[in-house]
Design a binder for this molecule. Structure first.
Ligand code: HEC
Length: 188
C-alpha cells in the first residue's frame, strides 16, 4: 500500500526536512575529514535494524534494503531517497516516525539514533554512492539448512576393510587425499 501522507501545510522552519538539514550542517562540521562510507558506516546500520524484514527472508512493503541499489529503487510506495538530496527522504521520515509511520514498527526493534540518522543523511547528501559489486543477502533456499536432505554416494576407498560403517568411508577417503595410512582398529 502507499504510505505517503498528504503534505500538511506548516511553517517551513518547523518542517522536519528543514530541521534535518540544520542537523546535517551542524554535525557535518565534525566529520569533514571522515567521509561516510556506505559499506563501512551505512550498511551495518541497515543490517542490524532493517534486514530482518527488508532482506532475503522478507520484503515488507515490497522493499529490500540489503543493497544500496535496492534501497534507492524503493518499495511499493516509491523511491526511498534522492541521492544528493538529504531533505525530504522517505527512508528517514519513516525511521524518525515523522510521517506518523514508524520503522522498525513499535516493539519490533530499536529505531535509529540521531547519530545513525546523521550518518545516513551524510551518505545521501554525498550522492549515495552504490558499490559496483554489492550482492544481496543469499536467498534462504540456498542455505544448507533449507535444502532437502540428500544421501551422498559413498566415496571409493582402496580397502573396504578400512570402513566399519558408512561414515568411515568419508573418513577413509579424506585419509587417502591426505596421504595417510590406516593404522587399524584401536584396542578398547
Ligand atoms: C519487524 C519488521 C520490520 C523491521 C525490522 C523494519 N520494517 Fe520497514 N516495514 C515493515 C512492514 C510490515 C512494512 C509495510 C507496512 C505496510 O505496508 O503497511 C514496512 C515498510 C517500510 C517502508 C515503506 C516501503 C514502501 O515503499 O511502502 C520503509 C521505507 C521501511 N519499512 C523502512 C524500514 C527501515 C529503514 C527499517 C530499519 C530501520 C525497517 N523498515 C525495519 C516491517 C519492518
Amino acid at each position: 500500500m502507499r504510505l505517503r501522507p498528504a503534505t500538511a501545510s506548516r511553517s517551513p522552519m518547523s518542517h522536519p526536512a528543514y530541521r534535518r538539514l540544520l542537523l546535517l550542517v551542524i554535525l557535518g562540521t565534525t566529520r569533514i575529514c571522515n567521509a561516510v562510507d556506505y559499506l563501512q558506516d551505512v550498511k551495518p546500520l541497515l543490517k542490524h535494524k532493517c534486514y530482518a524484514c527488508h532482506g532475503a527472508l522478507q520484503q515488507q512493503g515490497g522493499l529490500r534494503l540489503d543493497t544500496a541499489a535496492a534501497l534507492i529503487a524503493g518499495g511499493d510506495s516509491d523511491a526511498t531517497i534522492s541521492p544528493g538530496k538529504p531533505d525530504g527522504s522517505f527512508l528517514l521520515d519513516v525511521t524518525t516516525g515523522e510521517i506518523g509511520f514508524q520503522m522498525p514498527p513499535a516493539n519490533e526493534g530499536a529505531p535509529f539514533t540521531d547519530e545513525e540518522v546523521h550518518v545516513i543523511l551524510e551518505w545521501i547528501a554525498a550522492g549515495a554512492s552504490v558499490p559496483a559489486d554489492e550482492l544481496p543477502e543469499a536467498d534462504p533456499p540456498s542455505w544448507w539448512s533449507y535444502r532437502p536432505i540428500e544421501r551422498p554416494a559413498l566415496p571409493e576407498v582402496p580397502k573396504a576393510d578400512w570402513c566399519g560403517n558408512e561414515v568411515a568411508h568419508f573418513v577413509a577417503a579424506q585419509r587417502v587425499r591426505n596421504d595417510l595410512t590406516h593404522v587399524g582398529q584401536a584396542s578398547k
